[in-house]
Write a protein of this length. Structure first.
Length: 417
């Protein structure tokens, strides 16, 4: 079995024999087997264990087992404790999702800090089938049909060539114990119900169901490079950019799905977006990480903004207007009788744009210059009393302009954002 894994690593992963590999070690059968097999293969190993504090005494039982196993195998071990329930509540996500995010964030931190080649996780063929069925039930695209990859983004899965039964037989042959997570037998999580109910049902229909479904994943995965090349060609031909999807390309659900891939939007949102040509300009869809705006001729995509930092404005009296640019504005200093403050633009804000006489809504001014709703919401203004004197980065107010009667010139400069 060790040779089977060696061959799989050589064919699908490719690792230097002297590479440092970090092992995600829970103490369960799969990760225990992974540690032992990778050590037999001669790799330099260090183990990482997460204590999520979700199962009371079981969590500390697992930690103790892992510590003893690593001591026996002479493998360095690092343990990280997480308050998983608190993180899940704080971010409004499931405990499972919180644990996954915490685990992989820490793994990548450790990989970088230790200059490791990769992190090895213990997913096997049965896990691959669970993932495929889970993706199918969620209405996945072609990438989801490919299942988990043997190597992706610093994560490797050397045991994807083995079944759960093979792993258990390997541990039995070595007389190696392991711990069992009691929650694996609960039918609360969808993945557990797939493993405990759906897969046995499929095996009752076809005893080779797991093998054949894994083969289907392999076939799709081998086709992906050609599919991706076709997607890239279509994006180029239709002028689909990473942040802008033309409304006239919405007839293709596949292209829209690929444009949104990994951005956290659900199927219902994708369906609404596909009908965006019938939606009002300004309609917005938001996921946990991104937002999409229906603009005039495009769907515009951007990350959900981090808290905006208010620009710091430098004020100085100057003798002339020399430096120019969107981050500089000049005013008649004697007309500004109140302190100058900076804030985000508000609904109903109006000013008199430089060179004009009448008042204009800031929102209308920005619309005329084809500034989309996403950018409008992140626009700052400088005020003096109740008046907007500068739409920062765009235009100053005509009422406070420099004239032949100006005696003192105030220069405002955006010092930082």
């Amino acid at each position: 079995m060790t040779e089977k894994v060696r061959t799989y690593i050589e064919r699908e992963i490719g690792l230097e024999s002297e590479s440092l590999i970090l092992i995600a070690l829970s103490g369960g059968a799969d990760s225990t087997a992974l540690l032992l097999i990778m050590k037999e293969l001669g790799y330099k190993l260090e183990a990482l264990h997460c204590n999520f504090h979700l199962r009371g005494d079981e969590s500390f039982r697992d930690q103790s087992f892992v510590e003893e196993l690593c001591k026996e195998q002479d493998v360095p071990l690092s343990v990280r404790h997480f308050n998983t329930e608190e993180v899940a509540k704080e971010h409004g996500i499931s405990i499972e999702m919180a644990a996954r995010d915490l685990r992989y964030d820490w793994f990548r931190e450790e990989m970088k800090a230790r200059k490791a080649a990769c992190i090895a996780v213990a997913h096997h063929r049965d896990d691959q089938v669970e993932t495929l069925l889970l993706n199918l039930l969620r209405g996945t695209g072609l990438r989801g049909l490919a299942g988990m990859q043997a190597k992706h983004d610093g994560i490797i899965r050397p045991l994807l060539c083995l079944s759960r039964e093979e792993i258990l037989q390997y541990l039995k042959s070595r007389g190696q114990s392991f711990v069992t997570d009691s929650t694996n037998s609960e039918r609360i999580a969808l993945r557990n119900r797939i493993r405990l109910d759906l897969i046995p049902l499929l095996q009752g229909i076809n005893p080779s169901a797991v093998e054949h479904l894994c083969l289907a994943c392999d076939n799709v995965r081998q086709s992906l490079p050609y599919y991706i090349k076709g997607i890239e060609t279509a994006f180029k031909e239709l002028d689909i950019k990473p942040d802008a999807f033309p409304l006239n390309a919405l007839s293709s659900r596949t292209l829209l799905h690929e444009w949104l891939a990994g951005k956290g939007f659900n199927q219902a949102q994708e369906e609404e977006m596909q009908s965006a040509s019938r939606s009002e300009v300004g309609k917005m869809w938001i996921s946990n990480s991104h937002k999409v705006l229906r603009d005039r001729n495009f769907l515009l995509l951007s990350p959900c903004s981090l808290p905006l930092h208010k620009p710091q404005i430098k004020q100085e009296i100057v003798s002339s207007m020399q430096e120019q640019g969107p981050n500089v504005a000049y005013f008649d200093a004697d007309l500004l009788t109140n302190p100058i403050e900076v804030r985000l633009v508000r609904e109903g804000d109006a000013f008199v744009p430089f060179g004009m006489r009448g008042r204009k809504l800031v929102s209308d001014y920005l619309t005329d210059r084809k500034i989309n709703r996403l950018e409008k919401a992140e626009t700052f203004v400088a005020t003096c009393g109740d008046d907007i004197i500068w739409l920062i980065g765009h235009r100053s107010d005509n009422r406070y302009r420099i004239t032949e009667n100006t005696k003192r010139i105030l220069k405002l400069t955006v010092a930082s954002l």
